[in-house]
Structures are given as C-alpha cells and as structure tokens.
Write a new protein. Sequence first.
Length: 336
Amino acid sequence: NGIDGLKVGADRPEIMAALLDEAKKTGLGSTAHLQQGGVAQMNAIKAARLGLGTVTHFYGHFESLLKDYVVQPWPVDMNAADEQWRFGQVARLWDKIHAPGSPEWKAYLEEHLKLGTVFDPTLTIYSAGRDLMKFRNADWHDRYTLPSLMDFYTPSRANHGSYWFYWTTEDEIAWRNFYQVWFRLLNDYKKMGGRVTAGSDSGFIYQTYGFGYINELEMLQEAGFHPLEVIQAATMNGALTLAEPTGKAPDFGTVRAGMLADMVIVDQNPLQNFKVLYGTGALKLNDKTGKPEQVGGVKYTIKDGIVYDAKQLLADVAAMVEKQKRSRAATRTSSQ
C-alpha cells in the first residue's frame, strides 16, 4: 500500500516486540525515535535486540551506556513539558556514561554491529544548541527561509523545538561536550564496520530545508569521517538501509549503469569543501580580482533521470520568501 517502513517510539517492550515482528514479516524497514519519556525501559540496545533496524537521533545511545544510574539523573524539579529543560538536560548526559574506548563502550558498539543496527544521527538538527547565534543568523535565512518558518523558530512555549527561553553559555558548553562524545560514538562504530547514514530532520531549531542536510555532511566530517565516507553515508548507505528489508537490491544510491539517475551537479569539489553544496555557495577570495565571491551551489539536480535547474528552483524559493515579506509589510501598513 505504498508503505516502505515503520517509525516507532520508545514503546513498552511487549508492544515494541510486536511492532518490530510485524514489520519484519511484511518487509518493512524500521526506525525509532526513542523519546525521553520511554527510553528508560526501551533504550537503543534493547530495541535493537528486538529487531529494530535503525536508531535515529541520539536518543537511546547514551541511556544504554549510563555508568552509575539505570535512568537519567534528572534534576529533582525537572519539568518534562518544558522543552528547554528537556533539550538542555540531554547534553548533561555526556559525562554520565561509560567512557569512550572503555570495555563497556566497545561491547555496546560490537553488539550493535552484530545485530546490524544502523545509526542515523541527524547531528544537524541539534547543532544550534552549541551555537545558537550562528544558526539564528545563518546566511540563508534572509533570502531562503519563509518569515512564517522564522516565526516558528522564534522562542515559543507552543512550538516544538523553539525552546530558547533563556539559552545560556552553560547550555552551549554542555552541548559542545555532548557532541564530542557523540562524534566519537559514531566514528568508532563506522571504523568497526557499522553503518551510519545521513539525515537532517529540518524544519525545526533554525534548520531550513535543503540547508540543514549539508550541515549534516559537514558535521559527519567533523566527527572524523573522511569526505568520501560522508558521501557514502549520504548515498549508498541510505539506499541499502531502505532497500534491504524488501529483500531487493537498491536501484539508487550509486552512479552505475542501470541505476536510477539521482544526482546533484556542482562546478566545485565538495570533497574539498562541503560548503559548496549549500544553496548560498561558499565564500572564496578571487586572487585575480582581489575580491571575495560566492562559489559553488548545486547547478543541476537530477531525480529519476529528470534534470532540474537547481539555481532556478532556489530562485523560486527566494521569490516565495519575498512574496510573503511583501504581503506582511502590506498588512502592517493597512493596519496602521
């Protein structure tokens, strides 16, 4: 019926077992967002033992590796409905787990490798947590992020992921520390032979569609992946993960005769600098003119063999943004 996979949460063990068993019987892949409300009873390794295919985000990994606790040691006045509490406390797990490289750390990754678990980290979607001002003022927002989406990003107790009620230096430091451990987890798993894929979860937390994904590639490189390994995570690894549950070989994800032509064409070398894949391109000094200029940006997108002018698509988005800005300005003027 057009369904390719099943996404689950941190459900009770008996429910999770039944869901994953049914998914396997029907040839569906499975992925889980092991949310904080249930992760104490269904962490990443418990879910993988029940047959979960992919662990997305970070949820469940650190909780599987807790050293001195069996549940996260939340502050006693914790309010789980307050998203600044929720996302701020995530990062406080970085030093509550068995140390990177420890026997427990290695055993955790080795069991996932044996089970065939895929790690889909979506590093980018949380990256504003370590540098809020950078992402709030990203180069592309003014031209390519709709004002309505910027409104959604703005601190709000009603909008999911808009939890910057009073984001502090301490919060950002905790997230920077958290990322270093998370990077190590992913890179160690990759070096063991584990599969890591690239995803973005854009549309929240100052990550705009089309731009958050490129930041994901940059962050995988920051985690220790060679640029070629980053490309592999973003192409072949993703294709294999989607196709394997069906029992069929993927027909996309690699450039080869007989495969679907899904490609992006750029006039720069992304292995040298992933920033050239951003719609805004990358800033580079032109030594002939002595002036900086923007280089790169995807020129053509090819989907199923159909060629699209990526620059024109980007211009269409810019026009949508400008139209909404003009509409809002007119509304403000008429109301005065």
